[in-house]
Write a protein that binds this ligand. Structure first.
Ligand code: PMP
Length: 300
């Protein structure tokens, strides 16, 4: 069955789902999007994704020509038309067709499309054995230039870092921010675990640590989900600026993302993390995440 794409209110075959070469989404990367999962026929954290889409759009002064309720119905229709109960949804809003100048206000109407397909970012064995990553020399966008909190269609910053990862023979790269602290990876948020708690403490307990919001990262929905799961397990959580040294000396590390879900990291820039195997807290959080998404109606 050919894939059906929801495009501006109509379901059209994939081959016919096209946008104009004058669309500013294509000409300038001017648009916003969401990547969303569907598990067992339930769209995971849909309202949270729609809220983030609205916030991204508001920030770039893009008017989405559909309400959250209309987009919810459109996503449901797209899933049904493709008989998809598990997989990945890509919801995109481009600035629309305009003239060749930058001015976004010459574009008449934003274009919206929804793809329901499958996605597999990393090889299955990496979820068991862990992944090696590097630090990219490309820094994450300065929040004063283009806030990483906007999930925009302009991913060149991340793509440049991704190329560095691929050149180094690994699937993902850590990106530092303009201050030299850890921000996030090219398509995932990052967490570490320190068995002795925060640096300088003695006899502390295993603590989950992730970069703070001001590090300049996307506010990952998988990240928030994992933080909630960790809190439910009474795992101490800290968010503070991390250096590469913090990564190299971490006892455990993992990445989170809608497509990646939760994936262990066992090496950074050639430094082994912990004993080189996914750690117990990482494995516990992976199990809790799997349990959550498999449950009925994990509503926001
Ligand atoms: N950071 C970046 C740069 C991303 O593109 C993504 C999503 N792929 C994430 C983090 C993870 O966010 P989420 O859990 O909401 O998918």
């Amino acid at each position: 069955m050919p894939l059906k794409i929801w495009l501006n209110g109509k379901l059209v075959p994939k081959e016919k789902a096209t946008v104009s070469v004058y669309d500013h989404g294509l000409l300038y990367g001017d648009g916003v999007f969401e990547g969303i999962r569907v598990y067992n026929g339930r769209v995971f954290k849909l309202q949270t994704h729609l809220r983030r889409l609205e916030e991204s759009a508001k920030s770039i002064r893009l008017e989405i020509p559909y309400t959250a309720q209309e987009l919810t119905v459109a996503i449901d229709k797209t899933l049904k038309a493709n008989k998809r109960t598990n997989g990945y949804i890509r919801l995109c809003v481009t600035r629309g067709v305009g003239s060749l100048g930058l001015n976004p206000f010459n574009c008449e109407r934003a274009s919206v499309f929804i793809i329901a397909d499958s996605i597999s970012l990393y090889p299955a064995e990496m979820y068991d054995k862990g992944m090696a990553i590097i630090t990219a020399s490309t820094i994450r966008n300065h929040p004063g230039a283009l806030s990483p909190r906007i999930k925009s269609m302009n991913y060149l910053n991340n793509i440049l870092a991704k190329i560095e990862a691929i050149d180094a023979g690994v699937p993902e790269a850590v990106m530092l921010n303009h201050m030299g602290f850890v921000a996030e990876c090219t398509g995932d948020n990052i967490f570490i675990v320190r068995n002795q708690g925060t640096p300088g403490s003695t006899g502390g307990q295993p603590t989950l640590i992730s970069p703070p919001l001001h590090a300049g990262t996307l506010e990952g929905i998988t990240m928030s989900t994992v933080l909630d799961l960790a809190a439910k397990q009474y795992l101490p959580i800290q968010r503070y600026d991390l250096t590469r040294h913090d990564l190299y000396t971490a006892d455990e590390m993992f990445l989170t993302g809608t497509a990646a879900e939760v994936i262990p990291v066992t090496s950074v820039d050639g430094r082994q993390i912990g004993n080189g195997k996914p750690g117990p807290i990482t494995r516990r959080l992976i199990s809790a995440f799997k349990e959550l998404v498999a449950k009925d109606a994990p509503e926001d």
